[in-house]
Write a protein that binds this ligand. Structure first.
Ligand SMILES: [Fe+2]
Length: 431
């Protein structure tokens, strides 16, 4: 199969173009959905003043809406449907077969059912995979003949001729509710980000009801929260990230440090759930508008190979990302200031204080520090090393890193990450 990420021009010039200062300062897009957050988003009775239900209902002429969800999140569907049915006479259809990693076959199945029903409003209800399935199915509904795998991110998608899109997350981490990307998986194991020249796939609305996240078990709370923290740090550190994105990233990092341990310790702590839901949404904004980073390129590679939770893997690589980026930028020192770990006498000490602070949080959430803690044997890592060294640089998240890493440097990171030790920046690989 031929994917857009394999195209020579995009691979060779895509990264530099994304980063080139003269291009990004000519016209900076900043896309977010309209966000509603709180407990009263699905009220069956009209209020004194119009609410989210009224605003979203106005987007639909046909009053036909479609819910894309999965086996778990479908339990919330009646709560979502009810106010639209009772207050605005909507008719609903639903497809509840979203799978982890959003396989292309399930996307096509979903798109076929959407096409049969013909809605002008699509609700994506669930975690990242359900929302990404819904986004890609929306694209196929709008343009049935489109080739998802080879769709260039340099062409417009021309969405919203048939439907608008509402995202309702039931986990707190992926940020898909605010991003213009759908990550779809293919039968040969490739996970491909699908996006257009403009972030048209950014949902029109994001509805954050914290009660929908109450059922997450502690491990999933930690994993998705870890993903959110990695998004915020990636989004803060990305070369393309400007002050607007950095401001949002910084606040979301602070919120995650404050609230994730509480959400992990007591899943029924509704305030912690609400703050984490908001922080994860906020962390998705700089990720979507500023860019991803090294943590995601390396985390995708190892996580895909050894089937380890995405959030755990990407956060595991954040200390290495910070160490590598610190060679060319001092931006991480602002994180040290915010977290109160800056050593005024030594930038190097500050960097390691920051890494310690992040790892203390990971340990408190029982998250792996090294790959061996995640169950990856050294001999399996070494056996797959060549594949990993080939695979990691092809990940589009690398477009958003400060610079390319060579094979020696990548190998050094993978081996250090096995033990959880830090890189020796004076070694041959880094000189
Ligand atoms: Fe992520």
């Amino acid at each position: 199969m031929s994917y857009w990420t394999h195209e020579y021009l995009l691979k060779t010039y895509g990264g530099p173009m994304v980063q080139a200062e003269y291009i990004r300062d000519m016209a900076k897009p900043f896309f977010t959905p309209r966000v509603f957050s709180g407990f009263n988003l699905f009220l069956n009775k009209s209020q004194l003043i119009p609410d989210a239900v009224d605003l979203i209902a106005r987007e639909s002429r046909s009053k036909r809406a479609f819910i894309v969800t999965d086996e778990y999140a479908r339990r919330f569907a009646p709560q979502v449907q009810s106010p639209y049915e009772k207050r605005h006479g909507f008719r609903f259809d639903m497809w509840a077969k979203a799978q982890p990693d959003a396989p292309i076959d399930s996307v096509r199945d979903c798109a076929a059912q959407i096409s049969r029903f013909g809605p002008d409003l699509i609700f994506a209800l669930g975690g990242g995979s359900a929302m990404d399935t819904a986004k890609a199915a929306w694209l196929l509904y709008e343009h049935p003949g489109v080739n998802v795998e080879s769709l260039s991110p340099l062409v417009p998608l021309n969405l919203r001729n048939k439907a608008k899109f509402v995202a309702i997350p039931t986990t707190s981490g992926t940020g898909s509710e605010v991003s213009g990307v759908a990550v779809i998986s293919f039968p040969d194991g490739v996970k491909l980000p699908v996006a257009g020249a403009l972030p048209e796939m950014v949902p029109d609305y994001a509805l954050l009801d914290p009660t929908f996240t109450l059922g997450m078990p502690p491990e999933l709370t930690a994993g998705t929260g870890g993903d959110a923290l990695a998004h915020a740090i990636d989004g803060f550190m990305a070369p393309k990230s400007d002050e607007l994105n950095q401001a949002i990233a910084l606040k979301s990092i602070e919120m995650i440090f404050d609230w994730l341990p509480r959400a992990y310790a007591d899943g029924s702590d509704i305030m912690a759930r609400m703050k984490m839901q908001q922080a994860a949404m906020m962390a998705g904004i700089p990720l979507a508008n500023g860019g991803s980073g090294m943590s995601h390129a390396l985390g995708h590679t190892v996580g895909g190979l050894f089937h380890i939770h995405h959030g755990m893997m990407v956060l595991l690589f954040i200390p290495y990302e910070l160490q590598v980026y610190a060679r060319v930028t001092e931006r991480h020192l602002k994180l040290c200031d915010m977290l109160g770990v800056r050593d005024p006498a030594s930038d190097e000490k500050s960097l390691f204080n920051l890494i310690d602070r992040i790892r203390d949080l990971m340990k408190s959430l029982n998250m792996p520090i090294g790959l061996k803690d995640a169950g990856v044997a050294l001999r399996d890592l070494e056996k797959n090393m060549d594949f990993m060294l080939d695979q990691a640089p092809t990940d589009p998240a690398f477009y958003f890193a400060w610079y390319d890493l060579n094979r020696d440097q990548l190998k050094d990171i993978f081996l250090a990450a096995h033990e959880g030790g830090m890189l020796d920046m004076n070694s041959d690989a880094w000189r």
